[in-house]
Structure formats: structure tokens, C-alpha cells
Ligand binder design. Structure first.
Ligand SMILES: Nc1ncnc2c1ncn2[C@@H]1O[C@H](COP(=O)(O)OP(=O)(O)O)[C@@H](O)[C@H]1O
Ligand SMILES: [Mg+2]
Length: 300
């Protein structure tokens, strides 16, 4: 096919020899199959900054370490320079994540570099050597669903051990290669330690996988790996090989009033309960509010 403008520099540099085909366009990027020597690879071209959503980027980028403080100051200010730097940071994040995850033994495409806004990586292929389908494109047997779910949960654990959360994990961002599922599409990967939304994003990622694989093996719908893994991570006890049960003991027996009140605050339920109690004429103390909140959680 005709060489797209953005790929020309890679061709000029001899990093790729030919552009074979264009894959279906996703939301953030254009992906091409290219040939480097006798190997097929994928070249992911990120769409221009203007075409992409930056509001969303803010939540994901929180906590990303910026080594260069002039850069972080520029990024914080909404200067043109800042915008450009922010775009660059976003683009670099996927390459960074791929190198870190490959090193942590997570099954992701092997990266081969990032040149002029183009990510060059291993092409994930199926048993016939064609580009692998996304999970969303396939129908699984009960056994396959169980096996792949276990594999993905294990990869997600390794990822968290490496300090990263995917942030957009779904059946659209997992390919089914000849050797099992492969996680892709990581420009929004989240720093697990430095981001206030980390737990929420982690649990959402795992939950997307639970619901997807649960379509083929309904017993998987009853699992709760997200909370279990996060609890181990927070306790500093998560290891790549950590034993998992898939169950999470929602602790309702002991009440840590401080923590509970924080939660209540967060979801703005405290006020509702207090108001309800006031209407009945009895101003409850912290203890009662907590008990009442717990009761409502049990009923959910
Ligand atoms: N390494 C790869 N090997 C094979 N196919 C890929 C690879 N990377 C991306 N693709 C294909 O390109 C599509 C878009 O890539 P993705 O990284 O998910 O970007 P987007 O942000 O556009 O969703 C994927 O759904 C997948 O079908
Ligand atoms: Mg995608």
C-alpha cells in the first residue's frame, strides 16, 4: 500500500521496509502492519493532539513522575509549550509501560521503539499468522474462558506489582494470540501508587474482565479478584505469585469508625443519614451513623 506520511521517517531510517496493511482504526490511533526484514510488526500512529480528548487525560496522568521540573511546571500551566509537553508525556507513557511490563513478564507486545510519534511493536498473531482477534471478536468455550480469565488476572497482578494499572482494560484491548490473551493499548496506564483514582480504575479493569469471561462461564461472575488483589497490594503483600481465592471477605464485623466515616464522607451519604435521623428527632452519634450505613451496605 501507499506509505502514509507519518510512517515515511521510519522507512527513511530503515526501521521498516514496507507497509503491508492498515488495521481497523481505533479511538486514539491508526495501526498498520509493517514489514521489518522478514518480520511483520505493528506501527501505531497516534492521532494528532487536537483530535484527542485531554480532559480525560488529566485524571490518568495524575501521579506520573515528571523528572524534569521545568517540564512539570509547563505542564501545570496551560501554555502552548505545556500542552505540547503533555502530549509528549502521554505518547511516551505507552512505550514506557510496554518496556516495564515486558520486563515484568506480562504478556504485552514487545516494543521496538518510539520514533516521531509512532510506536513500533511486535505484531500479535493468531495460529494462522494473521493479526490476532480482539476478545470482543471471539466466542469462547467454558474451559477457554476460565483459563484466559486466570491468565489475565495473573497478568494484572504482575502489572500491579510493577506499579502500573492499565486503566482501560476491556475485551477491546485484549488480543487473543495463538498462545493466549495479550494485553494491548496502554497510553493511559496509571501509576498505581500516586493516583487517587488508582483503586477505582484497578477494580474497574478487573471487573470488565470478570463480566466479559462471565458471559461464557457464568460461575466467574461470582468472583471478586479486584478487591482481593487491591487489599494485598495496599498491605504490601502482593507478589507476582500471590495465592488468590477470587473471594473477598467484605469486613462487616469490626468497625473502624475513622475509616468508615471517610467512606461515608466520600459518597456523601453521611449527611443523608444524619438528616434522616434528625427528621426522626434523634441526632445520632458517629457510632450509630456507622452502624446504619453498614446495615444499608448489607442490604445492597
Ligand atoms: N501489536 C498488535 N498486534 C496486532 N494487532 C494490534 C496490535 N496493536 C493494535 N492492534 C490492533 O489495532 C487496534 C487498535 O489498537 P489500540 O492499541 O487498541 O489503539 P486504540 O487506542 O485506537 O484503541 C486493536 O484493536 C487491534 O485490533
Ligand atoms: Mg484500543
Amino acid at each position: 500500500m501507499k506509505v502514509p506520511k507519518r510512517l515515511q521517517p521510519l522507512l527513511d531510517d530503515g526501521l521498516i521496509d514496507q507497509v503491508e496493511a492498515q488495521l481497523m482504526s481505533g479511538k486514539e490511533a491508526q495501526v498498520y502492519v509493517v514489514r521489518s526484514g522478514d518480520e511483520l510488526r505493528c506501527a501505531k500512529v497516534f492521532k494528532e493532539a487536537k483530535q484527542r480528548s485531554f480532559k480525560q487525560a488529566v485524571q490518568y496522568q495524575e501521579g506520573r513522575r515528571e523528572r524534569n521540573s521545568r517540564r512539570s511546571r509547563a505542564m501545570a500551566k496551560k501554555t502552548r509549550y505545556g500542552q505540547k509537553e503533555q502530549e509528549q508525556a502521554w505518547l511516551n507513557a505507552e512505550v514506557d509501560a510496554l518496556y516495564r511490563l515486558a520486563a515484568a513478564d506480562v504478556r504485552v507486545p514487545q516494543p521496538y521503539g518510539f520514533i516521531d510519534g509512532v510506536l513500533l511493536m511486535e505484531m500479535i498473531s493468531d495460529a494462522e499468522g494473521l493479526t490476532a482477534p480482539r476478545l470482543d471478536d471471539v466466542t469462547l468455550s467454558v474451559e477457554e474462558a476460565r483459563e484466559y480469565y486466570e491468565k489475565i488476572v495473573r497478568d494484572v497482578v504482575k502489572m500491579l506489582c510493577a506499579g502500573l494499572i492499565h486503566g482501560d482494560l476491556s475485551e477491546f484491548n485484549v488480543l487473543l494470540a495463538a498462545d493466549g490473551p495479550v494485553i494491548i493499548d496502554l497510553p493511559q496506564a496509571v501509576d498505581a501508587a500516586g493516583n487517587n483514582s488508582a483503586e477505582m480504575m484497578f477494580e474497574r479493569d478487573v471487573d470488565n474482565m470478570r463480566r466479559y469471561f462471565g458471559r461464557f462461564a457464568p460461575e466467574l461472575l461470582a468472583t471478586d479478584y479486584g478487591k482481593e488483589i487491591w487489599a494485598l497490594y495496599e498491605a504490601g503483600e502482593l507478589h507476582p505469585e500471590s495465592q488468590l481465592t477470587g473471594c473477598f471477605e467484605h469486613d462487616t464485623s469490626t468497625v473502624d469508625v475513622d475509616e468508615l466515616m471517610t467512606v461515608i464522607d466520600d459518597v456523601r451519604e453521611e449527611e443523608a443519614y444524619r438528616q434522616g435521623a434528625r427528621d426522626r428527632g434523634d441526632e445520632p452519634g458517629v457510632e450509630e451513623a456507622a452502624e446504619e450505613w453498614q446495615e444499608s451496605q448489607r442490604e445492597r
